[in-house]
Design a protein around this ligand. Structure first.
Ligand SMILES: Nc1ncnc2c1ncn2[C@@H]1O[C@H](COP(=O)(O)OP(=O)(O)OP(=O)(O)O)[C@@H](O)[C@H]1O
Ligand SMILES: [Mg+2]
Length: 482
């Protein structure tokens, strides 16, 4: 069976055509009807407006993919319509049909952002060609937007930002573990985002509508920890004037986040284990047992295996807590995250401060990327907050960064030493003198810090005293002949 040439011609465009709604705007009823016929015949859905005003109103209601409009109309002409349509939806393509020989209008239309123009009289095929091109371009543009959104989505999970493979792995673990009841142990240095991860697990699981209760085991005196966690009955201790619900009961149906779990006193550990195993809580000063359904997520910035070895943590509790482990590497080990995090904090801080900031200058970015962030994400967040407060231009520059970050950079002494061509002896002298200075001239401490015995340090210092430095840069090279 031979297909009609028409069908073959239309093949590449059928996908866009099938869904496209075209709005035809013309005050001439005959012209409107004939365009409608032609376009519907080609598979488009067509809507009509009998003037510019009606056209704009129709566009405002949404659902239009492309506008074909005549120029000369009594109420609102094609160029004004174009202007208004573009302010409603700048991505909408408008094709303007101009009168015979009015090149002027055509140029103005394109300048105002028309997709293209078509002088009267025109062939339907010519109009169809323009429409197909415009729709294909629009589809491409929305595909780009979609891909960009997808990248953004992949680089974040709730408030967690992470482009690095390590964080991507953490995201995937969070998603997988969120649906289960398994206890999770989150490890990582201070400021790496452990609490945010715990919140994300809660928010993505079936308990999300129930409470998330966080408790920092190191922030509460050991004597109060037990009643805080398990509650107490009136009279259980001197300050217990009424019954007090513990955090386990408060978190019933939800999640209890135990931060700094390494600080959990050994004496409390069996009681904690019992809740984890049997879901049973016994408030202080009672014999009654309450049943709770709580998911426990624990976190630590300590090495728990050392804790185990030293007997500060019960092994059975450790295995109960550590069913799934999520480790957050220090920020310096995932450099790819630094800039996305910085941008994220910038957006928030600038919003709070009511400042218009476009981003970071290239040199500020370089400094951030070479800084090791011992305080991890928290340090980066504070740094951005400070920079936003200080920034005067629309970009954050090196001057807005903390002096400590800049010093590190200017103190890349080894790089300078290489360019200056210092010898090892010269570099050694400079280093020894610096440390001596930093130790306030105390030679014993200096020797200790340098890993030298005192006698060697004294000998070196005597040598230096005998050969004063030539300039600020360093010692003159030793002349073996002297
Ligand atoms: N991946 C991330 N994306 C966005 N913000 C983050 C991320 N990681 C950490 N933060 C932010 O950094 C700060 C510190 O994070 P968080 O309190 O979760 O760290 P932590 O590991 O619990 O630290 P600590 O051990 O000191 O309690 C918070 O303000 C948090 O919002
Ligand atoms: Mg924390």
């Amino acid at each position: 069976m031979a297909s009609s040439p028409n069908t073959i011609d239309n093949l590449p465009a059928t996908r866009e055509r099938a869904r496209a709604v075209i709005l035809v705007v013309d005050d001439d009823a005959a012209q409107r009807a004939s365009l409608k016929d032609d376009l519907e015949h080609e598979g488009f859905a067509v809507e009509l407006a009998d003037g510019g005003r009606a056209g704009v109103e129709r566009v405002k209601r949404g659902g239009i993919d492309l506008v074909v409009s005549d120029v000369k109309m009594p109420d609102l002409d094609g160029l004004d319509l174009l202007r208004e349509v573009r302010s409603v939806d700048p991505s909408l393509c408008v094709i303007i049909i101009t009168g015979f020989g009015s090149l002027d209008t055509a140029i103005r239309a394109v300048k105002l952002g028309a997709y293209d123009y078509l002088p009267k009289p025109f062939e339907t095929d010519h109009l169809l060609l323009l429409i197909d091109k415009a729709l294909a371009e629009r589809a491409l543009r929305s595909e780009v937007v979609r891909l960009r959104e997808e990248v953004n989505r992949r680089e974040r999970l709730d408030n967690l930002i992470g482009r690095s493979p390590a964080m991507q792995e953490v995201f995937s673990l969070i998603r997988r573990v969120a649906g289960s009841q398994a206890s999770v142990l989150i490890t990582g240095d201070s400021g790496t985002g452990k609490e945010l991860v715990a919140r994300a697990i809660h928010a993505h699981g079936p308990r999300k509508a129930r409470p998330f209760v966080a408790m920092n085991c190191s922030a509460i005196p050991e004597t109060l920890l037990e009643s805080e966690l398990f509650g107490y009955a009136r009279g259980a201790h001197s300050t217990a004037r009424t019954d007090r619900q513990g955090l386990f009961v408060e978190a019933d149906g939800g999640t209890l986040f135990l931060d700094e779990i390494a600080e959990m006193p050994l004496a409390l550990q069996p009681k904690l284990l019992r809740v984890l195993q049997d879901g049973e809580v016994r408030p202080l000063g009672t014999n009654k047992v309450e049943r709770v359904d709580v998911r426990v997520i624990a976190a630590t910035n300590r090495d728990l295996t050392a804790h185990l070895r030293e007997g500060h943590l019960r092994e059975d509790l450790y295995y109960r807590l550590n069913v799934v482990q999520i480790h957050l590497p220090p920020l310096r080990a995932r450099n790819e995250d630094v800039l996305p995090l910085a941008e994220h904090f910038l957006t928030h801080a600038a919003g709070r401060a009511g400042k218009l900031l476009r981003g970071f200058s290239e040199s500020a970015k370089k400094i951030m990327l070479s800084y090791p962030f011992p305080g991890n994400v928290r340090e980066l967040e504070n740094m951005v907050e400070r920079a936003v407060a200080l920034a005067e231009g629309e970009l954050i520059g090196p001057d807005d960064l903390p002096p400590a970050m800049l010093e590190r950079r200017s103190q890349d002494r080894l790089a300078t030493a290489v360019t200056q061509g210092l010898t090892l002896d010269q570099l050694e002298r400079e280093y020894i003198e610096r440390v001596l200075d930093a130790e306030g001239g105390n030679k014993t401490r200096t020797a200790l810090r340098l890993g030298l015995d005192r006698k060697t340090l004294y000998r070196k210092l005597e040598e230096y005293a005998a050969a004063p430095r030539s300039g600020p840069g360093g010692t003159p090279p030793k002349n073996p002949g002297e």
